[in-house]
Unconditional design. Structure first.
Length: 248
């Protein structure tokens, strides 16, 4: 469902993402990790068509992100770290607007909005102005706009930031449900977060990017075999807080 080959992004002499290859299959939930500045957000923005690569290619659900941008964007739901919200709009109206620009047919638009509101726990604030609701609810609205058109692929950047423990549990459950469907209902999800326990709770596979390059791609069960924690694996792979001889 997601394929990228040699994905590269340069800013002058700075190579933010350096020849990254990745493949994510239908129904997989992949944790995409890396230190701050490693190139995670840049990679996700290229995968979703919001940023052109300097080199390389990417496909979403069979559509070339850069040659078929409209088809590729219809196939992906993207929650950036800063959700693209309009604070002056009401929650319900905003989701209807997003559904329209995502080409949800008019006859199905009300159903799509109602479903997104229900799944993201927003029914009670559906008529509230976005700028007046809490940060946690705004994050939920951001997730709702990513799923309102029921895309086969979701790319989520810090989806639980700003939520309280109960809300985090509910959103994690939603993400698991989105990936657990059968056939066409199964979603492919790339999840970026700094909360490693979140990856352990949701994902079965982990990718780590460091200094613009993919340095690890393996099943979570394999990485944590023998009682190792994901935190230990992350620290070793990125050589953070380890003596040189241990990081080698």
């Amino acid at each position: 469902m997601i394929e990228a080959t040699g994905l590269t992004r340069r800013y002058g002499d700075l190579v933010a993402v350096d020849r990254v290859d990745l493949t994510v299959g239908k129904g997989e939930v992949v944790g995409f990790l890396g230190p701050n500045g490693a190139g995670k957000t840049t990679t996700m923005r290229m995968l979703t068509g919001f940023l052109p690569p300097t080199d390389g290619s990417a496909r979403i659900a069979g559509h070339d992100v850069f040659r078929e941008p409209l088809a590729a964007r219809r196939a992906v739901g993207y929650l950036p770290e800063m959700p693209p919200l309009y604070p002056e709009m009401r929650v319900e109206s905003y989701l209807g607007y997003v559904a329209a620009i995502k080409d949800v047919p008019r006859s199905r638009r009300r159903e799509a909005v109602d479903r997104a509101l229900e799944r993201c726990g927003l029914v009670d604030v559906r008529r509230r102005v976005i700028g007046t609701i809490s940060k946690g609810f705004r994050q939920r609205v951001g997730l709702a706009q990513a799923i309102v058109h029921d895309p086969p692929v979701l790319v989520l950047d810090e989806p639980t930031v700003g939520l309280d423990p109960l809300q985090i549990r509910e959103i994690r459950g939603l993400i698991r449900d989105l990936a657990a469907g059968e056939g066409e209902a199964a979603h492919t999800i790339v999840l970026s977060t700094h909360i490693l326990t979140e990856v352990e709770a949701i994902c079965r596979r982990v990718m780590i990017i460091h200094e613009g390059r993919k340095v690890l791609d393996a099943p979570l069960a394999e990485l944590t075999a023998g009682g190792r924690s994901l935190e230990e694996v992350f620290a070793r792979v990125t050589a953070r807080d380890l003596p040189p001889e241990e990081a080698a």
